[in-house]
Design a protein around this ligand. Structure first.
Ligand SMILES: Nc1ncnc2c1ncn2[C@@H]1O[C@H](COP(=O)(O)OP(=O)(O)OP(=O)(O)O)[C@@H](O)[C@H]1O
Length: 212
């Protein structure tokens, strides 16, 4: 199996008083990783480094074997849009667009033509196909969550990153979101990283990195 993500000697700091040294890790196709740790320990920071939304102070981030250090901002944006699917806590949808338009916007950002079939297939498997023409602001929290997952998968990313995807969900929806994410990633052979405090996910994903 190919390495999707490799982190080596990664250091990051927000100014002089907040420095982080992260453990090395390798994540292959189809693998899942849960990142745990106390509040403020740097979980989201690590996720943002993996997403190339932050640049490390030193160390290497290799995505599908490619060192991301030398990339220009434009190249980084392009690779992120194509290779990384991000499920944010706050979804950052475009409020004036409907569900389908929000999904196909992911194609636009990666310079691809609108993949309506993909949007419809994903929506069907996530059971939001009846909502495609609905304005995004009319959706419930759980429905938006599923649109967020579908959007993250629109470009068949090799790496899916999810920040607290089950926070504030009841047990039934927590399990549903877990299955949607893991099954969708399995279909794509994507590697999946979830940052969470959610105790319920601990028993579901045995591969865990506890930051301390
Ligand atoms: N842009 C920033 N500038 C300065 N400090 C920051 C910035 N973003 C985060 N921090 C600090 O860095 C530390 C790590 O933040 P991070 O969000 O990665 O933690 P976390 O482990 O995800 O926390 P939580 O579980 O509470 O979400 C925190 O102390 C936070 O206040």
């Amino acid at each position: 199996m190919e390495d999707v993500l490799r982190l080596e000697n990664l250091k990051f700091s927000y100014g002089v008083h907040k420095t982080f040294t992260f453990p090395d890790l390798i994540l292959k196709q189809n693998e899942q990783l849960l990142i745990l740790g106390n509040s403020g320990i740097g979980k989201s920071t690590l996720l943002h480094l993996m997403a190339m939304l932050l640049r490390p102070e030193s160390g290497k981030i290799l995505l599908n074997g490619k060192d991301t250090a030398g990339l220009t901002q434009k190249e980084t944006g392009h690779i992120r849009a194509q290779e990384v699917g991000i499920v944010f806590q706050q979804h950052h949808f475009v409020k004036s667009l409907n569900v389908l338009e929000n999904l196909t916007l992911a194609n636009y950002f990666s310079n691809q033509s609108q993949n309506l079939k993909k949007a419809k297939d994903l929506s069907r498997s996530l059971e939001i196909d009846h909502l495609l023409k609905q304005p995004i602001y009319e959706l419930s929290g759980g429905e938006k969550q599923r649109v967020g997952i579908a959007r993250a998968l629109m470009n068949d990313p090799s790496l899916v990153l999810a920040d607290e995807p089950t926070a504030s969900l009841d047990d039934k929806n927590c399990e549903a979101v877990y299955h949607l994410l893991t099954e969708s990633c399995k279909r794509n052979k994507s590697a999946l990283v979830i940052v969470t405090h959610d105790q319920r996910l601990k028993s579901l994903i045995p591969n865990q990195l506890i930051l301390s």
